[in-house]
Design a protein around this ligand. Structure first.
Ligand code: PMP
Length: 399
């Protein structure tokens, strides 16, 4: 008999499953808005010029591919940390921040989760309702009980601020709170600056452990602006964890570029924490890969490449904003009565469109337009060639 005889078939990933279905669809006008990827106006995943130049330099250098240190490349970690905290950060100067290179933002969450489980085995983890679907899975796999806090209000297409703050206040001390620092996935709904002040104060007063996830820095209002929530929490003196992903901002999805930053109480604490985080990494995958990290490090640390990257990131952000605008105006021009203005207030790649599961089904079946059943659409998959088709399809299914 096989040792695997009792293994059950796991459900397929809902979003990757949608892409499989899309790929099998033979209609030529099909559009995939179910993805979590930025496409340019030609519908391609861009290879940024800053990345191309850094890669050319790397190929030229023909450097050997030895192991990286467990914590990854120092120049990468410094660059990632500076993006979060700013180059004049007192926390960096005081030696209170440590950053390790990870296998994407997912790897940062996983290393952070394993470390926290070792530190506080009985703590509970809370995530927003809804959240990126892997948040729950990652923390549960690490052994935590995961619960939701209220976040999205479908009636207002906005934030359930009172519900959120009320729930946070009621949590036991030491609860780990996962927060999207900008560009909330899947809703696109972010708290305002004033709301963040109150959220941060609540987290601090309730003695909760903030775990900020920032996978879209630069896609909201800009690199600095999008880091403001991280800096707000840090400046309140909180000790915390931050997972960064450069998958989208560098358009390097497959290179698995991420970072985990921990803000500690002191320099001495920092050294002890680093030693433990390194153990977690060592027993997971030993050390991170070289290519993506080297490329990102040279962009972040070379002034010309950095400013080129900032411009390219700005273009991606502006293109998404323009697609949001066009979606809203074209739906209006099409005579759609339902108000979609809230799409303009949303940030990042996604929009909770307000489309019902039945409308999403009709979009897919009747028009070959794929969206997630929650109504989440990827605005970054819209372009000048498919937007009219998509608007027309939405208008038809809304009726
Ligand atoms: N956090 C959030 C909120 C995300 O949306 C994603 C990716 N879509 C990640 C983390 C993981 O990023 P990566 O692909 O770099 O692992």
């Amino acid at each position: 008999t096989s040792i695997f005889e009792t293994v059950e078939l796991a459900p397929r990933d809902p979003i990757l499953g949608l892409t499989e279905q899309y790929n099998a669809d033979t209609r030529t006008e099909k559009v995939n808005l179910g993805v979590g990827v930025y496409y340019d106006d030609q519908g391609r995943i861009p290879l940024l010029k800053a990345v191309q130049q850094a890669e050319a330099q790397r190929a030229q250098a023909a450097a050997p591919r030895g192991y990286l240190p467990i914590e990854g490349l120092a120049a990468y970690n410094k660059g990632a940390q500076t993006l979060l905290l700013g180059k004049d950060s007192a926390i960096i100067a005081d030696g209170r921040a440590l950053t390790v290179q990870t296998i994407g933002g997912t790897g940062a969450l996983k290393i952070g989760a394993d470390f926290l489980k070792q530190l506080s085995p009985n703590a509970k983890v809370v995530i927003s309702n809804p959240s990126w679907e892997n948040h729950r899975a990652i923390f549960e796999r690490a052994g935590f009980v995961v619960e939701n806090y209220p976040y999205y209000n479908p009636e207002t297409h906005g934030l359930d601020f009172d519900g959120m703050v009320g729930a946070l206040k009621a949590l036991p001390k030491g609860t780990v709170v996962v927060l999207h620092a900008c560009c909330h996935n899947p809703t696109g709904v972010d708290p305002t600056a004033a709301q963040w002040q109150e959220i941060a104060a609540t987290v601090k007063n309730a003695g909760l452990v903030p775990f900020l996830d920032i996978a879209y820095q630069g896609f909201g209002d800009g690199l600095e602006q999008d880091a403001s929530v991280v800096r707000l929490f840090a400046d309140l003196g909180m000790t915390m964890l931050v997972s960064s992903s450069f998958s989208k901002s560098f358009s390097l999805y497959g290179e698995r570029v991420g970072a985990l930053t921990l803000i500690c109480g002191s320099k001495d604490e920092n050294a002890r924490v680093l030693s433990q985080v390194k153990r977690v990494i060592r027993t997971n995958y030993s050390n991170p890969p070289t290519h993506g990290g080297t490329v990102v490090a040279s962009v972040l640390n070379t002034p010309e490449l950095y400013s080129l990257w900032v411009d390219e990131l700005g273009e991606m952000r502006n293109r998404i904003r323009s697609m949001r605008e066009q979606l809203v105006t074209k739906l209006k021009d099409h005579g759609v009565k339902q108000n979609f203005d809230f799409v303009m207030a949303q940030r990042g790649m996604f929009s909770y469109s307000g489309l019902t599961a039945a409308q999403v089904d009709a979009l897919r079946n009747d028009h070959g337009v794929y969206a997630v059943s929650s109504g989440r659409i990827c605005v970054a998959a819209l372009n000048s060639r498919n937007i009219d088709y998509v608007v027309n399809a939405i208008a038809k299914v809304i009726g």
